[in-house]
Design a protein around this ligand. Sequence first.
Ligand SMILES: *[C@@H]1O[C@H](CO)[C@@H](O)[C@H](O)[C@H]1NC(C)=O
Ligand SMILES: *[C@@H]1O[C@H](CO)[C@@H](O)[C@H](O)[C@H]1NC(C)=O
Ligand SMILES: *[C@@H]1O[C@H](CO)[C@@H](O)[C@H](O)[C@H]1NC(C)=O
Length: 214
Amino acid sequence: MRLKVQTSLAIISVFAIFTRISAAETICNGTELSVYDDLDIGGLTEKPCTKVFGDIVIANLNGGKRMSNYWTIEELYGSLFIVNTTNLGDSVNLQNLQTIHAAESPALVIRNNRGLRLAIGARLGHVSTGSNITYWLTDNWPAAMTESEHYTLFMASDKNRPVFYTDNHFTTRQCDGWYYKLWTFVFGTLCVMVSCALIGLSFYGRREKTKKGI
Ligand SMILES: *[C@@H]1O[C@H](CO)[C@@H](O)[C@H](O)[C@H]1NC(C)=O
Ligand SMILES: *[C@@H]1O[C@H](CO)[C@@H](O)[C@H](O)[C@H]1NC(C)=O
Ligand SMILES: *[C@@H]1O[C@H](CO)[C@@H](O)[C@H](O)[C@H]1NC(C)=O
């Protein structure tokens, strides 16, 4: 009986901590995080947004920017558009993004960017959209995302087969396990051989030294 009470108290306190954490969310409207030219940057919200309702549009920017307000976003109820930018570099960082629930546009629309390196974190786990295209990634040079980020996008989609509308030719597939096993075997064998050789050498070395010492 006592144990039960303690257990339920423990559960309640854990629950309380969790609700406290989730209460720390900051809700923003996508328009507060949208920019249509370089001058709009100053008007970006200063709030540490965690939940965003509405589309985020980042368009017509030139050069690297300080846009730290995307870092905190965890949930996006809308789409993310990044279009017509040059040399943004890694200014747009979405390391904490966990879910995207887009309405009728693709979840991501990344079009016509030069020198954009979009940072999408591995936390992204749920992506859904009412569009028949899940991700639209075209006309970016170099490719806006790495292959592993493509893989994250692939795995995050709530659909079994997300639709990529893209001109990147990444092959997103799982690694072949046997390949790594083979190399592990080769290196393992090599290590054992080298160890044996070293042990042998050290024995000989010592004997010779003692001989010389005499
Ligand atoms: C966001 O703000 C705009 C105007 O500032 C408004 O029209 C729109 O409905 C808002 N969106 C949401 C999802 O609240
Ligand atoms: C991006 O550029 C194209 C062509 O230059 C233009 O049609 C489009 O409206 C631009 N998009 C935005 C969001 O400004
Ligand atoms: C997606 O839907 C649009 C109409 O909403 C249609 O025109 C288009 O052909 C569809 N594309 C695919 C790939 O199914």
